[in-house]
Design a protein around this ligand. Structure first.
Ligand SMILES: [Ca+2]
Length: 504
């Protein structure tokens, strides 16, 4: 049975599955109002896509014409950041408009016990999706979820297992029922999105969360893209040979070095291969496969955009594209994310909504955060933004209007000790400066001037002439924490395992 035939059967199966255990906060479909003049919303989220992995942001190797098209038809933001560069915490922030320390999804899983006994989003946590649903939207989730608890606030959901599952032939969970698919995860996502759009109830607006697995590790491309870039040498990124001189010990204990990455260990490289050569080869393979997985994302984004065009939906549908966190694609000699450096926290953001947003705009001024999306979606839908949300609607910026905006933001990261051994860190970023604190003992600090040192290799923290600036940024960090109710978590249990031993 080929993919199309399988899809035909599965679409019927999924459509007839019973809804299970939706939040008690949600009204039944019959009791909900029917919104008038409310736009459809499609929120496309990739997994671990750094901002430069998109041709609209200047990548000359990887071509993403369909994703680029969203920004060309609307607006592209260059200063888009996540407040915790890790899958589950960031996804919870996109949904709730809250910082990790507020929604309490601080890590991807086990280490979540800093704040709670149970990992994942609280079952009674309201999200922009549950609020839209209550306002009458038909709400659907397709693809990656990763929040442990069962999705709530959706009329229909079909999700990959755990953090994303395998790339090929995924077994997904559709409204509580397992469903086996054939083919590449990105194509399955695309098929399900098209099936949903075709079969959706036409009497009310919809909100579709279209969450790709790509380009997350372990980067298995769709078969048709396996050979792309085969004869290309990917240029090495800035600070590829960063030696961390003058920088925290916390960087040296991380297990994120491209030279040592485990993904390609079965390639039969001789143990005697010089480390530099292993690093070079690993980088080429990682970057190529990472880019190849984004080709299937781009294609499946294009399918949905084409569907909107062909069915007269484009004008009144908001399409937003972003990623849950960035990724070190060799910057600082690293892979993965977690740290507060630019490649890790900076992600793409393109938005299209022809009815209200002029095409061809680029915003390079205001810093947009993952916590801003929930209030933005609600405002676009004409739904009141609850006062408890910590982000701000950027609708005025979409429409090119002037509005007061933040000049600094708070970053936080908690998953330690854990895989990759990245210590807990927080910091403050302004348009020009970045102060980073590894707050547990031994406490370590970094300060970067992003204007003169955009690649973040010169730690200015200990320089005498920066004393005043450090004082100012520490005060800002304390202020942002206070404003968002970030109190010091309980003293951590004594660290154990390899991360701790390396730190001694
Ligand atoms: Ca991610």
């Amino acid at each position: 049975m080929n993919r199309r035939e399988t899809l035909k059967i599965l679409c019927g199966a999924v459509a007839s599955l019973p809804l299970t255990k939706l939040s008690r906060l949600e009204g039944s479909a019959q009791s909900r109002p029917t919104p008038v003049n409310a736009p459809n919303i499609i929120f496309i989220l990739t997994d671990d896509q750094q901002q430069k992995a998109m041709s609209a942001y200047g990548n000359t190797i990887l071509k993403t014409p369909n994703i680029d098209r969203i920004g060309a038809d609307g607006i592209r933001f260059t200063e888009m950041f996540v407040t915790n560069s890790l899958c589950a915490p960031s996804r919870a922030s996109f949904l709730t408009g809250l910082y990790s320390h507020t929604h309490r999804v601080t890590t991807n899983g086990a280490a979540d016990s800093i704040f709670r006994n149970q990992p994942g989003l609280k079952e009674d946590q309201e999200t922009f999706v549950s609020l839209l649903r209550r306002a009458g939207y038909h709400t659907v989730l397709i693809g990656k979820w990763h929040l442990h608890t069962q999705p709530t606030g959706f009329d229909k959901w079909i999700v990959f297992p755990g953090g994303g599952g395998p790339y090929m032939d995924p077994v997904m969970t559709a409204n509580g029922m397992p469903v086996k698919f054939r083919g590449h995860a990105d194509d399955v996502c695309g098929d399900q999105a098209i099936a949903f759009l075709s079969e959706r109830p036409k009497d009310r607006p919809f909100c579709l969360l279209y969450n790709f697995k790509s380009p997350h590790r372990n980067w298995v491309p769709a078969a048709r893209f396996e050979k792309v870039f085969e004869d290309v040498e990917i240029p090495i990124p800035p600070a590829f040979n960063d030696n961390f001189a003058g920088r925290p010990e916390a960087l040296r204990i991380t297990e994120m070095a491209v030279a040592d990455m485990p993904d390609f260990e079965k390639r039969g490289l001789p143990p005697s291969l010089p480390r530099e050569e292993r690093k070079r080869q690993n980088f080429q393979l990682m970057a190529k496969n990472y880019y190849r997985t984004l080709l299937s994302v781009d294609e499946n984004v294009g399918r949905v955009l084409d569907y909107l065009d062909k069915n007269g939906l484009a004008k009144d549908t908001v399409v937003v594209f972003s990623s849950d966190n960035g990724f070190f694609l060799g910057e600082h000699g690293l892979f993965d994310k977690r740290l507060m450096y630019e490649a890790s926290i900076r992600v793409p953001l393109v938005v299209r909504f022809p009815a209200r947003i002029k095409p061809g705009q680029v915003n390079s001024l205001q810093m947009i955060l993952n916590i801003d999306f929930a209030p933005t979606f609600l405002e676009l839908a004409g739904v009141t933004v609850p006062g408890w949300m910590q982000g701000h609607s950027f609708v005025p910026l979409l429409e090119g209007r002037e509005t007061p905006w933040r000049e600094a933001f708070l970053y936080e990261y908690y998953e330690y000790p854990a895989e990759h051994c990245a210590r807990k860190n927080r910091g403050v970023r302004t348009a020009r400066w970045k102060l980073i604190q590894f707050w547990e003992q031994p406490e370590e600090w970094e300060l970067y001037d992003l204007h003169s040192d955009p690649n973040e290799t010169k730690n200015l923290y200990a320089q005498r002439e920066q004393i005043g600036r450090v004082r100012e940024l520490k005060a800002k960090l304390a202020e942002l924490r206070r404003e968002t109710g970030d109190v010091d978590p309980p003293a951590p249990v004594p660290a154990a395992g390899p991360c701790h031993e390396k730190q001694q």
